[in-house]
Design a protein around this ligand. Sequence first.
Ligand SMILES: Cc1cc2nc3c(=O)[nH]c(=O)nc-3n(C[C@H](O)[C@H](O)[C@H](O)COP(=O)(O)O)c2cc1C
Length: 201
Amino acid sequence: MSGRPAPADHPIESIISERWSGRAIDPKPVDRATVLSMLEAARWAPSCFGDEPWRFLLWDRERQPEGWEAALNTLADKNQQWARNAPVLILVMADSEFSRNGKPNRWAQYDTGAAAENLHLQGVAAGLVVHQMGGFDADAAHLAFGIPDRYVPMSMIAVGHPGTLSDLDEEFHGGETGDRGRRPLSELVFEGAWDNPLGEE
Ligand SMILES: Cc1cc2nc3c(=O)[nH]c(=O)nc-3n(C[C@H](O)[C@H](O)[C@H](O)COP(=O)(O)O)c2cc1C
């Protein structure tokens, strides 16, 4: 699919406006170097105490066909319908304990989200479709892949080359072409005091 840049109200960097969550994926493989760069980008995210609480479980259909199939099977049916074309699946987890002292890390999921966004943007820079999914069975993932309890599965990420509408069931076509939107800044940002909307002039 072609780009769908965000109609931003204020100027933003193109790598951010060009990021979106596509579903039309060409099943051809993604080269290893690109996948490694995406994981490397994730690694350089900021984290509380520099604890680096993110963990990733990677399946490349070419390299681990059975694991890839098992990962696909943890997804909600609706996600499987399009993510089955993704040659790479990445499960993102957050460590619920600080590695430095074993205490609960209440920032782990925040940090892990930052790492996932880094990974996503690096994929966008390489011209790939990257799509995070919360619609998967986390308990099934724990069981299927022997993930220790302290690591909380946060999202499964589908990665692949852009496809066309013919790669997608019709019910998903609107999501590839419709207008993109966000709540206005004035609804999201308060200035000076709670409920005092940001002035944008
Ligand atoms: C944590 C998380 C979970 C998501 N879960 C799903 C999902 O299960 N299935 C899906 O199709 N999209 C999922 N998405 C994608 C969102 O629907 C998408 O990011 C949102 O609608 C904004 O669109 P954009 O990313 O194209 O700007 C998820 C995104 C995030 C960050």
